[in-house]
Design a protein around this ligand. Structure first.
Ligand SMILES: [Zn+2]
Length: 183
């Protein structure tokens, strides 16, 4: 697994295992505290490079068109939203910024669906925008930077393994009354 971690895939494997699904659901459910504590974990590579089997694929007439090709790392997704708020953030009802943690859409119509979490108040929201191509381009560039960094990291430490997502949750949700994080 480790050797494959920073290899860009041109293939989309839509069959996620039950474990992969649980990880993705935990990320979605706890996106707000994960985003809130980004500055505390962004320099911890075991957290930054936790991979997720996100579904970012648009299927049409036998074509699979992803927003970006895997691998998708938690750190990449969150960093990308912080660094490109004009494309990946909105104003929350509480007045602060909410950041995208999940998205998909159609390159044909240009439609782009985003789910946001607000690190300030914890609210979740979603909306649909135009601009699939620009978002795909920006995310892919962020991802390329992280793949380069990841490969470098792995060359220095060949046995590098990312942490299980529950460790990140424990790190981020420690003060909150949360069953997932106490397990
Ligand atoms: Zn808010």
């Amino acid at each position: 697994m480790s050797q494959e971690l920073f290899k860009k895939s041109q293939e989309i494997n839509l069959a996620a295992s039950r474990e992969d699904e649980i990880d993705v659901n935990l990320f979605f459910k706890h996106a707000a505290p994960i985003i809130r504590h980004y500055n505390r974990w962004k320099d911890i590579d075991r957290f930054y490079f936790i991979p997720l089997k996100l579904n970012m694929v648009y299927l049409c007439a036998g074509l699979t068109l992803p927003v970006a090709y895997p691998p998708y790392f938690i750190g990449t997704i969150v960093r990308n939203s912080f660094e490109h708020p004009e494309l990946f953030a909105v104003k929350c009802e509480c007045g602060h910024s909410a950041y995208a943690y999940s998205y998909n859409g159609s390159p044909l119509s240009g439609r782009f669906d985003l789910s946001y979490a607000c690190p300030h108040c914890g609210a979740n929201s979603s909306d649909t925008k135009s601009g699939w191509h620009i978002r795909s381009k920006v995310l892919t560039a962020t991802q390329e930077e992280d793949l380069v960094r990841g490969r470098h990291l792995q060359s220095l430490n060949p046995s590098f393994e990312p942490a299980p997502i529950r460790e990140l949750l424990k790190f981020c949700c420690v003060d909150e009354d949360c069953d997932d994080c106490l397990m």
